[in-house]
Design a protein around this ligand. Structure first.
Ligand SMILES: Cc1ncc(C[n+]2csc(CCOP(=O)(O)OP(=O)(O)O)c2C)c(N)n1
Ligand SMILES: [Mg+2]
Length: 582
């Protein structure tokens, strides 16, 4: 990766308000900061460059604040750690807001630094400082961050940044926002502040299940003949991954996972009994109807799974729900989903619950009670389909299990490409805000590259066209990435919605494409990539073009480059999911 080195002597003295904020970013351990520049934080910008030497943190220059947030989001998905991100005044914050909403819904940590002012109006430059000053800037996003603060002195800055750091890293995780007054940033300090001992300002360990709730769960699970485990959000740790497998094998459970969240359980394990598509498949329903105990571990939408529209009553199974999510529910947005019923509700970390259950359940090993309902994908080598793409891509790597899929498009065949470790796949955008996946994929690549993994992102054309100018940042900072665009020249998800509405109303379904097709002209995505310094290939229209293009793409990825392959996949060629999204 590549970071810009400043020239000339660094100023080691902490002599300006913004030097304190820059020092705190370093002391809190932030290695990178994604940003788009702006005068509201010109003080902090100078401190990062000329006081810290653009090192720990190093700046990742983005061409849109949505990218700055998305990259921090992807980095958190891959590493479980927050990345810092700076958003200029109210306008940069407004640009970054959709990404923040995605990050909030995805429950990832993120340390967002903002700026406003000068709050002291006598220090404001005419016009621009006035339009870029808001009375309560944090109020724009208060509903989608865990903590926000606008400190008014260097000591208050230290306090606020320590507190925000603890908040964002405490489960359930979510972004935090510290807004720095431009006037305070540019105030000369008489003496540098005393730094806190950060070892004494660490986040608490995630809460474990209460003893009586754990005992009740143990009894239910020990007596269960057909336990079903729903593994939702979980850590990236190998030890937690192994513990989940051990729990499923101990109980003889069937397991479900969800493509909305990152890999938490091997999809090719015999216990993994249903395809990991978002909830609502026929296989999901069959398992739910037969299970006698359901153990939900931070499942992202338990209410929607057990009581979707059209289902009159929840399954008969006893439901054990371990989740911390309720700590983030507020009245502003309904991302808390439908209220799920629970016979045992544990306000506990899902991963801690797995370990605690293993401690109290009798040793042993049982086979899953139901054979897998995952149907093998049909691969027709003569047609350019998503399953063919998956199988050609997999064959192109010597060690495909060392590849990280930042994201996959609809219809991705998890039997062709199983997830076998916590770094193999990183889930969706969290809030359903499209345009974010290119940036999230770059953040994932940044977080995984140092672990020797290669990152591939499979992105829809609508999503890519909205946010694809994020590729420039990957090229600029030498973050290797292979992007495959599943290009059906359409917002196809929404074509399906229009078709459904027309059917219900007895109107012509053939008009479903109007206001949806991305054609006449078609986007030239290869040029779009080339324009940003990446290598762009395509459009590929025939199946026989796939292997040579993917083989070259993998070679570019391995040599540290950024390559995009535009794949023209016929509209309509994707798996239908239970509930359409969007
Ligand atoms: C910011 C935003 N705008 C619009 C939508 C509505 N929407 C949901 S999916 C979708 C289509 C995405 O197109 P593409 O990435 O090409 O995937 P496809 O459905 O074609 O597979 C749209 C427009 C959204 N979810 N977010
Ligand atoms: Mg599309």
């Amino acid at each position: 990766m590549h970071w810009d080195n400043p020239e000339g002597p660094l100023d080691p003295d902490v002599s300006w308000g913004s030097d304190v904020a820059a020092q705190m970013l370093r002391r809190l351990g932030f290695r990178y900061v994604s940003m788009n520049p702006g005068a509201s934080y010109r003080g902090l910008h100078d401190s990062i460059v000329n006081h810290l030497g653009n090192e720990r943190p190093s700046m990742l220059l983005c061409v849109h604040e949505d990218h700055a947030v998305g990259i921090a989001h992807g980095y958190a998905k891959a590493t479980g750690e927050p990345m810092a991100c700076i958003l200029h005044s109210n306008v940069g914050l407004m640009h970054g807001m959709m990404g923040l909403y995605n990050a909030w819904c995805d429950r990832v940590p993120m340390f967002v630094v903002g700026a406003t002012g000068p709050i002291d109006s006598s220090k404001r430059r005419p016009w621009v400082d006035w339009v870029h000053t808001s009375a309560d800037q944090g109020g724009l996003i208060r509903d989608i961050v865990k903590f926000d603060n606008q400190p008014s002195s260097p000591l208050a800055m230290i306090d606020a940044m320590c507190r925000a750091n603890i908040a964002t890293r405490t489960a359930p995780c979510a972004p935090v926002y510290i807004c720095l007054d431009a006037g305070l940033q540019e105030t000369a300090l008489e003496v540098p502040p005393a730094w806190p001992d950060l070892a004494r300002f660490q986040p608490p360990a995630p809460p474990r299940p209460a003893r009586n709730a754990l005992e009740r769960a143990r009894q239910l699970l020990a007596a269960a003949a057909r336990p079903l485990i729903l593994f939702g959000r979980g850590s990236r740790s190998e030890a937690d991954w192994r513990a989940r497998i051990a729990l499923a094998e101990r109980l003889g459970a069937c397991v479900m996972t969800d493509l909305r969240t990152g890999a938490v359980f091997p999809t090719d394990h015999p216990a993994h009994a249903a395809p990991p598509i978002p909830s609502g498949s026929a296989a999901d329903r069959r398992l739910l109807e037969q299970a006698d105990v359901v153990l939900a571990l931070e499942w992202c939408d338990l209410g929607g799974l057990v009581l979707p529209p059209g289902i009159a009553a929840p399954p008969r199974a006893a439901i054990i729900n371990a989740s911390l999510d309720q700590a983030l529910h507020n009245g502003a947005h309904m991302g808390f989903q439908q209220l799920p019923p629970a016979d045992v509700f544990m306000a506990a970390s899902a991963d801690a619950t797995v370990h605690d259950l293993l401690d109290v359940l009798k040793p042993g090993r049982r086979d899953p009670w139901h054979a897998s309902l995952i149907k093998p994908a049909v691969i027709d080598p003569s047609r350019l389909t998503v399953p063919l793409v998956a199988s050609v891509l997999r064959a192109a790597f010597d060690d495909p299990d060392a590849v990280t899929l930042a994201c996959v498009c609809r219809g991705w065949p998890c039997d062709v490409w199983p997830f076998r470790d916590p770094m193999s796949y990183h889930g969706k955008d969290g809030g359903g805000g499209i345009g974010s996946m290119p940036s999230i994929a770059i953040g994932v690549a940044l977080g995984t590259h140092e672990h020797g993994r290669h990152t591939v992102a499979v992105i829809g054309d609508g999503d890519f066209i909205m946010g694809g100018h994020a590729l420039w940042t990957a090229v600029r900072h030498r973050i290797p990435l292979l992007v495959l665009v599943n290009n059906n020249r359409s917002y196809f998800n929404d074509e399906q919605h229009q078709e459904a509405v027309a059917r219900r109303r007895g109107r012509p379904v053939q008009n479903r494409w109007i206001g949806q097709r991305l054609a006449d002209p078609e986007f030239d995505l290869a040029k779009f990539a080339e324009m940003q310094g990446a290598i762009g290939v395509g459009p590929l229209r025939r199946a026989d073009q796939l292997k040579p293009a993917i083989d070259k793409g993998v070679a570019v990825l391995k040599s540290g480059g950024v390559r995009l392959i535009d794949l023209h996949i016929e509209p309509g060629q994707r798996a239908t999911i239970g509930h359409r999204e969007g």
